[in-house]
Design a protein around this ligand. Structure first.
Ligand code: AKB
Length: 319
């Protein structure tokens, strides 16, 4: 009986919906699935997310169970997480949030209370011993950060629950995500967003990474499209049970600054690397996403030029 009920539940819950990815994901899921209730939830109140919205702590198992019952949730997107730079300041808190929330939703799926999960991983699962160029799907993963350790452990839990209990959990190793609608929070790749805001406001930017620190990045529209595409794919085609590599565009702060200068000719950048440099130094420069391309037809649309154009247009529309 429980089996039949859970398979009929088609509504969606987003945990951490007020964050950088969650807020855009909420809008797109609501637009894509008008016949399903998409419940946005976060630890903090948010006026921009629309309704239904629930105040919800992603580590509060009892409260999550109640919301799942209340809205007949079948699918959970767990977007709540502490990112790389903040996690270095609060290692235990980061571990607790990033792990506990995942184990709660994995267990809900194991008990057949929900039938599908999306959980974001990151390029942070790679570390200083990983090949930096065209980093393969399966390679050395010895992360040097708390965030990376939590993401790698999370990936192994996802694979374990899929293999052992048949849980349908899908995941992407997001690169640094670039968007203008919602500010990022506590990541090492955040510079690639701040730079646009400062360029348009003050014409200058002080970058916390060195000029040649090349990192894998992606425009948010591509990242959200990939997420929906992976979640809509037939499970038999989702062969990677841990998390998919996903490539967008790779660039350094200097290359990004040059691209911005095409639109804001007097824009200037100075480099004052801080503690985030050490994190960036352990991450890949470019990613091989052949598995995502083969398994569910992934292809990025936004190159650097297009990303810069969209970011400038978007931020100007807010001013
Ligand atoms: C971060 O910088 O921590 C994130 C990530 C790459 O996962 N943007």
């Amino acid at each position: 009986m429980q089996d039949e009920i859970y398979q009929m539940n088609k509504n969606i819950l987003i945990l951490g919906a007020a964050g950088q990815i969650g807020s855009e994901l909420t809008q797109l899921l609501r637009g894509t699935y008008p016949d399903r209730t998409v419940v946005a939830s976060d630890l903090h109140n948010s006026d921009v997310l629309g309704t239904p919205f629930e105040l919800l702590d992603a580590t509060d198992e009892k409260a999550i169970r109640q919301i799942i019952e209340k809205y007949q949730i079948g699918e959970v997107y767990l977007m709540a997480a502490m990112l790389s730079a903040t996690a270095e300041k609060y290692p235990e808190k980061a571990w607790q949030l990033n792990m506990q929330s995942l184990l709660i939703v994995l267990n809900l799926a194991k008990e057949k209370r929900i039938n599908k999960i999306f959980w974001p991983s990151s390029i942070a699962v790679f570390g200083s011993t990983t090949p930096k160029q065209n980093t393969p799907q399966v390679t050395i993963t010895e992360p040097n950060t708390v965030y990376g350790i939590s993401k790698l452990a999370g990936e192994r839990w996802c694979a374990y629950y899929r293999e052992k209990y048949g849980v349908d959990v899908r995941s992407i190793r997001y690169p640094g995500l670039i968007s203008w609608k919602t500010p990022p929070g506590g990541g090492t790749t955040d510079y690639a967003i701040d730079i646009f805001h400062q360029a348009l406001k003050n014409g200058k930017y002080e970058c916390f990474l060195t000029e040649n620190t090349k990192l894998p990045m992606m425009y948010m529209d591509d990242a959200i499209r990939a997420t929906l595409q992976l979640m809509a794919a037939d499970l038999s085609g989702v062969k990677i049970c841990s998390s998919y590599n996903l490539a967008g565009v790779s660039f350094s702060p200097k290359e990004l600054a040059n691209a911005i200068q095409k639109y804001i000719s007097d824009f200037c950048i100075i480099y004052r690397p801080d503690s985030r440099q050490a994190i960036a130094d352990t991450w890949p420069q470019s990613i091989d996403d052949v598995c995502a391309r083969q398994d569910w037809n992934w292809k990025a649309k936004f190159d650097l030029e297009h990303t810069v154009l969209e970011m400038i247009k978007g931020i100007k529309s807010l001013q």
